[in-house]
Design a protein around this ligand. Structure first.
Ligand SMILES: [Zn+2]
Ligand SMILES: [Zn+2]
Length: 196
């Protein structure tokens, strides 16, 4: 956030409760200090339950002054919601045996932790111009798409541009992998900016 020069945080949207997607919650504090307001956090009830357990001090009755100030907003897989005039449509994908959420925002779709995507959820993604999709590496994995599987999904959806994210260090080097990916697919990278 420092490197990217982010000065303001409108909201946090949680895809699921795994630590790699949630452990940064304490770092919302500086935005509370600066903005002098609570930051809305959008999550399903299941994810909120886990958030409350893992960050008990954030939600405790006798809160330490300076602890993060978060305003929980309940979302569900079947209902779109709006933040600052932008419509977010949840996409449910299966991550091992855990249903988790991705999101479509107009013609941009962001999915970080899919292993399988049901046909009715695929239909919600159809027509996206930019698709962010997880691909761990080239090996088989029980809860993540690998590169060939992610390319299958991309081939079905035909976005103008797809970026692979949630990449393992077993992927290989971006300079080499990008050469063998289809022309509309690239590995995403840290600090990448996508203008919507
Ligand atoms: Zn996960
Ligand atoms: Zn993850």
């Amino acid at each position: 956030m420092l490197r990217a020069g982010v000065r303001h945080l409108d909201a946090v949207i949680l895809t699921h409760e795994h630590n790699d997607h949630m452990i940064g919650v304490d770092d919302v504090r500086p935005f509370n200090f600066k903005q002098k307001e609570e930051i809305p956090v959008y999550a399903t009830e299941r994810v909120q339950k886990d958030l409350r357990l893992r960050f008990e001090y954030v939600f405790s009755e006798k809160k330490y002054p300076g602890a993060p100030s978060l305003g929980l907003r309940t979302i569900s897989k079947d209902e779109s919601f709006e933040i600052k005039g932008l419509k977010f449509t949840p996409i449910e994908v299966i991550h091992g045996n855990l249903p988790v959420l991705g999101f479509r925002i107009e013609d941009f779709t962001y999915i970080t932790d899919a292993r399988t995507i049901a046909p009715e959820e695929m239909a919600k993604i159809e027509g996206s111009k930019i698709l962010i999709l997880n691909a761990l590496h080239y090996y088989e994995h029980y809860s993540h798409l690998n590169v060939p599987q992610a390319l299958d999904v991309i081939e079905k959806l035909k976005p103008e541009q797809a970026f692979l994210t949630h990449v393992s260090h077993h992927m290989g080097l971006a300079a080499e992998i990008n050469k063998i990916l289809p022309t509309n697919v690239k590995l995403a990278y840290d600090q990448q900016l996508i203008e919507l």
